[in-house]
Design a binder for this molecule. Structure first.
Ligand code: ATP
Ligand code: MG
Length: 441
């Protein structure tokens, strides 16, 4: 009775209408859309469904950037989408969507969803537990993170549908969360890292209301599953603006591991070098290995630990091995670094002392190590940071770029110059082999 009364007095839940930008009010043209994505949209339209390009691609095109991928949002359910295509697969358990394979491309098609925000759908920290409930397009827009990420482009009509003011925010170059920022960060704390990453990558300012709760809510990060932390940290570091991103992440204290790692000027300098190298390589289209980068971020901690062990009497190699283990145990977990990567980091670290052993067959053997290239780049960076003499880096650069005869000369020169320093070659007494004994008798 009371409920019925309230329902009559309160206005009905408003159905949110989009602001529609026709083709003459923006610059996105259908030709800019990936042909495979266009064909998927076309098929969905023919079958009577709505289908739009959504998210990062619309945002990037409005910002005159090349989109990484073209995702599609539709009102068709995965079961309705799948039979429309020859090669389509329903994937994901928590968030079911369809991967449509067209030639060598995979187009992601997701069904409009609504965010369930009532008490049963969130945990005690306000974190969303379920995102698999289908909804209207308006609800789909509101469950997205930032206004600039909630734009829908229809290549047929060349219209942009905007439910949250994303187009205006793109023009104002601001990154703004949809809804109440504190609630949205609590629902999914990864959005804090996304705020930093996307603002860095797209050169957008984080809106003041979106920025304000960041430091206060940084503690929520510890409730995020390890795999998601690693995935986002990797994106932060490998996005081409790693240097800038890490400064921001540290400003808001979002990943405390970085504060613990970069404690003094020396470690700061080394990290800055590694981040700059990474950004430079990405800018010119080269690849970067996450093992190399994480290896560099953790290296100052390894040397600190190593120096302490050597000071207390341990030998160089056992000390370094032990230091590597201790540092990985402490930080690999905090940064959620996968085991495979930890193995590669360990290899790069443990090869470092071997660059200083330039006599006999040793340099030749080091050159054959599968991890030589990464370890060599790493050693050059240590040279830049004045941890090893620059001359060492120059010698190795020459050594690896020349032929066998020249290499032997380079080693001989070192052996001659460092007489008494280089370890004399040990001649082991060899026990004669059986057939040799037989021949002798
Ligand atoms: P990038 O260019 O780095 O891929 P993106 O915005 O496309 O950026 P994706 O991770 O590919 O990022 O996500 C696709 C879309 O899904 C986003 O544009 C956004 O609309 C939505 N989205 C992604 N992560 C979240 C999140 N944590 N909360 C709400 N919506 C999200
Ligand atoms: Mg994307």
């Amino acid at each position: 009775m009371i409920r019925a009364l309230i329902a009559r007095i309160l206005p009905k839940k408003r159905v949110r209408k989009p602001r529609i930008y026709p083709a003459d009010q923006h610059k996105i043209r259908a030709e800019q859309i990936d042909p495979a994505a266009l064909s998927v949209i076309c098929r969905l339209h023919d079958a009577g469904f709505q289908a739009f390009i959504v998210g990062g691609a619309v945002r990037d095109l409005l910002l005159a950037r090349r989109p990484k991928d073209f995702d599609i949002a539709t009102n068709a359910t995965p079961e309705e989408v799948k039979p429309l295509f020859r090669r389509a697969f329903i994937i994901g358990r928590r968030f079911r969507l369809v991967h449509v394979h067209i030639g060598r491309e995979v187009i992601e098609v997701s069904t409009f969803r609504t965010a369930q925000t009532d008490e049963e759908a969130t945990d005690e920290h306000g974190r969303l537990l379920n995102d698999n409930v289908y909804g209207t397009q308006a609800e789909d827009a509101l469950r997205r993170d930032f206004t600039v990420n909630a734009l829908y482009y229809d290549p047929d009509s060349e219209e942009i549908w905007d439910y949250t003011g994303g187009v205006n925010d793109i023009h104002a170059r601001q990154l703004k969360l949809i809804g109440a920022p504190t609630v949205r960060y609590r629902e999914d704390p990864v959005r804090m890292l996304r705020a930093v990453r996307l603002s860095g990558k797209l050169d957008l300012t984080i809106a003041p209301t979106t920025e304000k709760p960041l430091t206060k809510l940084a503690g929520l990060m510890c409730h995020i599953p390890q795999a998601r932390i690693f995935e986002e940290t990797q994106k932060l570091l490998l996005s081409g603006s790693a240097q800038k991103n890490i400064v921001e992440v540290r400003r808001y204290r979002l990943l405390p591991a970085f504060d613990a790692l970069l404690t003094d000027e020396k470690s700061e300098r080394f990290a800055a070098l590694a981040l700059r190298h990474t950004d430079d390589r990405l800018r010119i289209g080269k690849t970067v290995s996450p093992a190399y980068l994480f290896g560099a971020l953790l290296w100052p901690a390894v040397t600190r630990e190593n120096e302490a062990l050597v000071a207390s009497g341990a030998k160089v190699m056992p000390a370094l091995t032990q230091a590597a283990e201790t540092v990985l145990e402490t930080y690999a977990h905090q940064l959620a670094i996968p085991r495979r990567l930890q193995g590669m980091m360990r290899e790069i670290w443990l090869l470092q002392p071997r660059f200083e052993q330039r006599f006999g067959q040793r340099p030749f053997r080091l050159l054959e190590q599968p991890r030589f290239r990464a370890a060599y780049d790493f050693m050059l960076m240590r040279g830049e940071n004045e941890e090893v003499p620059k001359e060492l880096g120059e010698w190795w650069t020459e050594f690896q770029s020349t032929d066998h005869e020249e290499r032997k000369k380079l080693v001989a020169a070192i052996e001659k110059n460092s007489k008494g320093v280089a370890r004399p070659r040990r001649r082991r007494k060899r026990t004669p082999r059986k057939n040799e004994e037989a021949a002798a008798s």
